[in-house]
Design a protein around this ligand. Structure first.
Ligand code: GDP
Ligand code: MG
Length: 296
């Protein structure tokens, strides 16, 4: 008899450079039977899935969560909130010499109900025992965390313990994704288009994003730089106008943020071209749908 199956979304958040990617690699790389893949939906950016016989962990991170609020309009905030509340476990990654600010994230984390939060103190390999202890005490007063765990993502120190705790807290649930190679057949173009689509959701009001479809028309790598040409299909001229905005400002903002996310994702400089085309009623047209990669 096998135990009940556990599965869930583990969301890694934290400031730039604290070691999120390193931790992801360590957590995924240490384990066998892995699908390393990256995907993105409007809710989660899936960076990797680890499958075990009795568990499935879907790691993801939340883009821009610790960015200053200057561009974060309401929809972005609710987006961030949803992605926090959607997680089954939140890993809030900090580094050992980090000074906590009273940022919105801390506030929101402390107001979360029913979502376990692990406060991780990373890079302990370059700290003394005293510094580590001080950091633990300091965070203890600042955050309502279920666990405070010092680690070194780079040297895989204490990450087995972290992994065990993740398993302990993971809810009982059947796998969210098939355990065979489900995402691995998705191409980089797919991920690029999802990243752009997400930015459209963050930058435009409700109705517009739903009428957009993003196709990566060209995907070329040259001199360690990616050249992407994306076509954003909309249904009507009015939507095209909204997307582009006055003097192209709206599109420029969206494309800039998309490019930044693409650069993080692909770990390369990205040159992104965005073209908007009107494709009347694409949602109702089967041929178009299959062109966009939907199963019809
Ligand atoms: P991210 O921006 O949060 O994804 O951070 P990265 O994973 O890209 O790491 C940023 C830098 O911190 C890199 O140079 C890593 O090698 C380094 N780093 C990550 N984890 C550790 C750690 O545990 N110890 C030390 N000394 N450096 C680390
Ligand atoms: Mg990173």
């Amino acid at each position: 008899m096998s135990e009940a199956h556990k599965a869930g979304f583990v969301n890694i958040i934290g400031k730039p450079n604290v070691g999120k990617s390193t931790l992801m690699n360590t957590l995924i790389g240490q384990k066998l039977s892995i699908i390393t893949s990256k995907a993105q939906t409007t809710r989660h950016r899936i960076m990797g899935i680890i499958n075990g016989e009795n568990f499935q962990i879907v790691y993801s991170d939340t883009p821009g969560i610790l960015e200053p609020a200057y561009e974060l309009h309401k929809s972005m905030m609710s987006f961030v909130n949803v992605s926090l509340e959607d997680a089954d476990i939140i890993l809030y990654l900090t580094q050992v010499d980090e000074k906590p600010e009273d940022n919105n994230v801390l506030k929101r984390l402390n107001n979360l109900n029913n979502v376990p939060v692990f406060l991780l103190i990373n890079k302990i390999d370059k700290a003394s025992a005293k510094q580590i202890e001080d950091a633990i005490n300091m965070w203890n007063q600042r955050i309502k965390a279920n666990e405070i765990i010092p680690i070194s993502a780079l040297l895989a120190k204490n990450t087995d313990h972290l992994f065990q705790l993740i398993l302990d807290y993971l809810p009982e649930h059947p796998p969210y994704y098939p355990k065979d190679d489900f995402i691995s057949d998705r191409t980089e173009r797919f991920f690029a288009s999802e990243i752009i689509r997400e930015q459209i959701f963050l930058h435009y009001k409700k109705e517009v994003p739903y009428s957009c479809e993003v196709v990566i028309d060209e995907f070329k790598e040259k001199n360690n730089m990616l050249y992407l040409r994306s076509i954003i299909y909309v249904e009507r001229d009015t939507q095209k106008g909204i997307l582009i905005g006055h003097k192209g400002e709206a599109m420029k903002k969206m494309a800039t943020d998309a490019r930044k996310e693409l650069e993080i994702f692909f770990e390369k400089k990205v040159f992104l071209e965005t073209i908007v085309k009107v494709e009347p009623d694409w949602r109702n047209k089967k041929s178009k749908l299959s062109k966009f990669g939907y199963n019809t």
